[in-house]
Design a protein around this ligand. Sequence first.
Ligand code: ZN
Length: 411
Amino acid sequence: MNPLPIFILAIALGATPLLAADPDVIVRTDIPFGNAANVRVQKDGAVTEVRFTPDPHGGPECLWFCFRVCRPHSNGSALGQVRLVLECPETMLGGGRPADFRPVFRPADGDWERTGAPDLIELPDGRRQAAWVLNVAKASLDFAFAFPYGRDEVDRLVKQTGRYWRVDTLGVSQGGRPLLRLSNDYGVAKGDRPGLYLMARQHSGEVSGSWVLDGVLRRFAELGDAAPLVWAVPLANIDGVEQGDYGKDNFPYDLNRAWGNPPMRHETLVLQQDMRRWSRRCRPLAGFDFHAPGASDADGVFAFVHNSEGLPEVTKQAPLWAGVAGESLGSEFASAKFVRSGDYNSRWNTPRFTGFCQEGMKIPGVSFETPYGVIHKTVMTREKYQEVGRRIADALAARAKSMMNKKADKK
Ligand SMILES: [Zn+2]
């Protein structure tokens, strides 16, 4: 992808003033996780204004954005004041309340930080926009909907946990990228160590799910041998992650609707094989999947479980697994309505990961949803996401242990 050459004159949109295009600043989406559409850069006095909309990348929904504002030549001067205007937020999934958006920014060579609350603009026809003004002392600025999480972050997790996690390649994605699985124990044939199977980024833009899984895996590493046997796929839709897709309901097939028999994506074919392998090498207890809800959801973490009517008895444990996680999160992080039914209307009514857990594997399956920006007025940092993960890990480890104790008592 080429850098977007933004030398065109701005088109007046609603009350937007017609400003001169700024040839000294460009926007690039050819960076990791890059995503932005309809980008215009213009000059408003001393302020550089960047207007953009998240790019659906060919899918029915959009939400994720990530781009670089920079000088066309390296070693340029500082950008100074930059005004970032997110247009059409209502077209993002769950984007009806942009007041709760808190994107992240990173000047060249710096670390990501949250923005403050946006300025909200209402246009004469009722459309809305959200804007942030940043003072940038560097020649480039990255701007994204939330803290990105990709291969580098997985590598860092593995290094920082003293290589407690083994990394193996299960196969490849539909786009030919390696699908990685972390494990703390390969188990043995017919082994009886209690086992959990974890997953994130089936919807590739749902980065808060990744930061929570990161916290879960860090906590299990601290628990060491007291942790259950865990196999985890941190970047399930790796193509979407690297292409900067939001990846919810996208074509050719939403990954989390492709879990039927036969599987409708190569990733789910690979992952189903691995889950069957896992279940033969431990005592498989449950599967957990980490997601993010709508863009402006700020009500706290919650869990989706399937309606288990007519399903095997063991899958009725899904609300119990979800419930202990909710108690561990407490009112600080959990939504008041923590356990919810995931049987909402969908573009594809084919099986999800949790459906495969329950019907294919005969184990309970739970999806956790963690908001991107704000939880009960607390702005979420990477450390707070990880804290959510640590609390979930403690709850899952305790329940796995108590189930094993009960089994031992029966002997
Ligand atoms: Zn999702």
